[in-house]
Design a protein around this ligand. Structure first.
Ligand code: PLP
Length: 438
């Protein structure tokens, strides 16, 4: 066996659990990407995680770069987060009444974030975005929204819409069950295209409530936008009385405590959060100026509620996690670690002359199998890249490295990843890349 023809790890127990799960859940999973449809083999059923590592039902150990799709910036089972959750468990799981913990998490966020003045906690990123859209529509008394091809904002009806044909057209639903009437209110345009933005406003004057963009689009590759374009987006929305929503479910507390708003030095009108904000527990949030947030019920006429919103166990996890993130130099260290990791792999790619790019920002990275040095729009991604990713993914799993099960997904580095973990991963990636080009 050569180094590139690695033996597949045993997935016997995971495969059995997956067969069982298919009797219970559509496709055997509770969220589609987990089904491993875009990579080889059956999904791994995870038993436990600690620091940078996870273990599956067959006892295989992996260094984890999926990090629960982003929330685990401190790694698995962080002692401070676990202690905070355990303390709350003694006091009760849920009251459906206000708690001191909600105030504490809000204060921690608002005193360290100059871009929002008030916040509302919800239970997922989808809910945060859905509520932000309703707020924008309520505040502007307009119905249409604009989203970008290649940005994901959760699974609410208004946002499961893909681009139609033409530069600026009504979108088409991207899921069965979304009424056409919803898609007619959502316009989808390409990223990094100022002309498309201008055309949106000339085609639909005074009709657009909000434009929503991911802080840095990171759900369909990593499509890092230019500062100049984002500032243009801010300017043109302002000129037309349209609100700018930054969906920071991934970038919030990841690029820095103040996320992409700080990164681009932009004041969005509404910001949505999720993932990291709950320290691994289900929390989402949206925030804006005092004036805008005054429109939310019970103060204002925009209704939004939640039985488990501000759940005390989830708040405790969020407080413990965010306290650590607010410490000086936390983000600088993550960035330095990520930069040296990526540089080491790039050096090997250059040495071997492979057509591979690694796009990176903060502690996020994304592999694209292409010669293109920049990718800023979804339609610039070569679908053939995904076939190569599948080969890399398989090789990495066989070497104990867990990347997200799709080539469109980004990887995350946590504070729990040690230099030894990263060195081990760099060596595994070299072998995996060789297997792609063998
Ligand atoms: N917005 C963005 C940018 C996301 O990445 C996601 C999820 O990946 C969502 C919204 C939806 O969040 P959730 O899966 O918590 O509903």
């Amino acid at each position: 066996m050569t180094m590139t023809q690695l033996q597949d790890i045993s997935r016997k127990k995971s495969a059995e659990l997956f067969e069982q799960a298919k009797n219970y859940f559509p496709g055997g999973v509770n969220s589609p990407v987990r089904a491993f449809k875009s990579v080889y083999g059956t999904p791994l059923f995870i038993e436990r995680g600690d620091k940078s590592r996870i273990w599956d039902a067959d006892g295989n150990e992996f260094i984890d770069y999926c990090c629960s799709w982003g929330p685990l910036i401190l790694g698995h089972n962080h002692d401070k987060v676990r202690e905070a959750v355990a303390q709350q468990l003694d006091k009760g799981l849920s009251f459906g009444a206000p708690t001191r913990l909600e105030n504490e998490l809000a204060e921690l966020i608002l005193t360290n974030n100059q871009y929002i003045e008030k916040i509302r906690f919800v239970s997922s990123g989808t809910e945060a975005v859905m509520s932000a859209i309703r707020l924008a529509r309520g505040a502007t008394k307009r119905d249409k929204i604009v989203k970008f091809d290649g940005c994901y904002h959760g699974h609410s009806d208004s946002l499961l819409v893909k681009a139609g044909s033409g530069l600026v057209t009504f979108g088409e639903t991207s899921s069965a069950g979304v009424p056409k009437a919803f898609a007619d209110e959502t316009i989808v345009i390409a990223l990094n295209d100022k002309q498309a933005l201008e055309e949106v406003f000339s085609t639909f004057p005074d009709q657009i409530a909000a434009i929503i963009i991911e802080g840095i689009p990171a759900n369909n590759g990593l499509l890092i936008q230019d500062q100049d374009y984002i500032h243009f987006l801010r300017q043109i929305t302002q000129e037309h009385g349209t609100l700018l929503i930054f969906d920071e479910v991934i970038t919030g507390f990841r690029l820095g405590f103040e996320g992409a708003a700080r990164y681009y030095d932009i004041q969005p009108d509404i910001i949505t959060y999720g993932k990291i904000i709950g320290g691994g527990m289900p929390v989402g949030a949206y925030g804006a100026s005092k004036e805008l947030m005054a429109q939310i019920s019970p103060d204002g006429g925009v209704y939004q509620a939640g039985t488990l919103s501000g759940n005390p166990v989830a708040m405790s996890a969020g407080i413990a996690a965010l306290r650590i993130l607010a410490e000086p130099d936390f983000y600088t260290k993550q960035e330095e670690k990520t930069r040296s990791f990526v540089d080491a792999i790039r050096a090997y790619i250059d040495l071997k002359n492979y057509a591979v790019q690694i796009f990176t920002v903060g502690s996020i990275f994304w592999f694209a199998f292409t010669d293109q040095k920049t990718i800023k729009r979804a339609d610039e991604i070569d679908p053939l890249s995904m076939e190569k990713y599948k080969v890399m993914h398989r090789s990495l799993l066989n070497q104990g490295i867990y990347f997200g099960p799709s080539g469109y997904e980004v990887g995350f580095i946590s504070s729990a990843h040690t230099q030894d973990d990263l060195n081990q991963t760099i060596e595994a990636i070299k072998i995996a890349l060789d297997s792609v080009y063998a």
